[in-house]
Design a protein around this ligand. Structure first.
Ligand code: WAQ
Ligand code: MG
Length: 265
């Protein structure tokens, strides 16, 4: 990297709580267009109308940006939410998460992880053995930022996913977020499904298997979704949060696409 980048973060909320957010890492010339797109996105969101939209921009020196490759993508076809959650649970166990921790996290996301049964703004940190929640603020959680994929990686992924019904902004952004989380110290796996009522897909990621998607992890119409980052017992939480919130990561290559897209770099 030899040009400086800018971290841009958006967060929108109203009296009901968190509506949506987004984070990207872009060259300066993309900032004006992106500010407008992020504001429009907050104003046209399926979770409701915002009362506050905050957009923050921070310079990121080129020398601090780590370059990386995105995780492999696998889509597991499931017929309904029950089989989707069972398959996601099996994937978490395969990654080394205990059954207790997997079951607890799935139930918490399904019921709304923030106080009052709302969706959280960020992610829960969950001990991969005990299932104990470790984040200091259960409404905010940990919000990952300062990550993106390069234009080249985005173009290639777009070409490969075109026409598959998988070329969604949700998938791109979730893949980038999950890719960064996998690089963080102490992470065992991640579980996620969207809190957007019209988006039912979710995923489990792990180092061994990459980004494993399930088209149905919640019922259409539900606004309850969230994220759990499973950590090894004894993980230094301050170091983990600092990495997730501050270390800039730019994905300039994509991974393999399984099964039917049949692509590998
Ligand atoms: N850092 C930490 N947690 C976050 C972040 C972030 N930057 N952004 C969102 N979350 C948490 C927060 O609790 C949200 O309520 C929850 O995740 C869901 O966020 O087809 O769209 O942006 O492969 O609604 C996954 C499947 C889509 C994509 C996930 O999440 C696919 C999605 P959303
Ligand atoms: Mg959402």
């Amino acid at each position: 990297m030899n040009t400086d980048l800018f971290s841009i973060r958006m967060r929108a909320a109203n009296a009901d709580g968190h509506l949506c957010g987004a984070e990207q890492l872009v060259p300066v010339e993309q900032l004006p267009g992106l500010i407008v797109r992020m504001a429009k996105r907050a104003q046209n969101h399926s979770r409701g109308n915002p009362e506050t939209i905050r957009i923050s921009i921070d310079a990121v020196p080129a020398a601090t940006v780590h370059l990386a490759q995105l995780p492999d993508i696998t889509t597991v076809v499931v017929a309904d939410v029950a089989s989707g959650r069972a398959a996601a649970r099996a994937e978490l166990l395969r990654a080394g998460v205990s059954a207790l921790a997997a079951d607890r996290a799935i139930a918490i996301v399904a019921n709304g992880a923030a106080p009052g049964g709302q969706a959280m703004r960020g992610a829960m940190l969950v001990d991969a053995d005990s299932g104990e929640r470790l984040e200091s603020d259960p409404a905010r959680g940990v919000r990952v930022s300062r990550m993106d994929m390069s234009a080249t990686a985005a173009d290639l992924l777009g070409q490969l996913l075109k026409g598959s019904g998988r070329d969604t902004v949700h998938l791109r952004e979730a893949l980038v977020l999950a890719g960064k989380v996998l690089l963080a110290p102490g992470i065992v796996a991640e579980l996620c499904w969207s809190d957007d009522p019209d988006y039912t897909a979710g995923y489990v990621t792990s180092k061994a298997r990459g980004y494993v998607r399930f088209p149905h992890l919640k019922e259409r119409g539900s606004s309850l979704g969230g994220r759990a980052f499973f950590v090894r017992p004894g993980t230094d939480r301050a170091a983990l949060s600092a990495f997730l919130q501050r270390q800039p990561i730019l994905f300039e290559a994509i991974g393999c696409l399984h099964p039917d897209e049949a692509y590998c770099p």
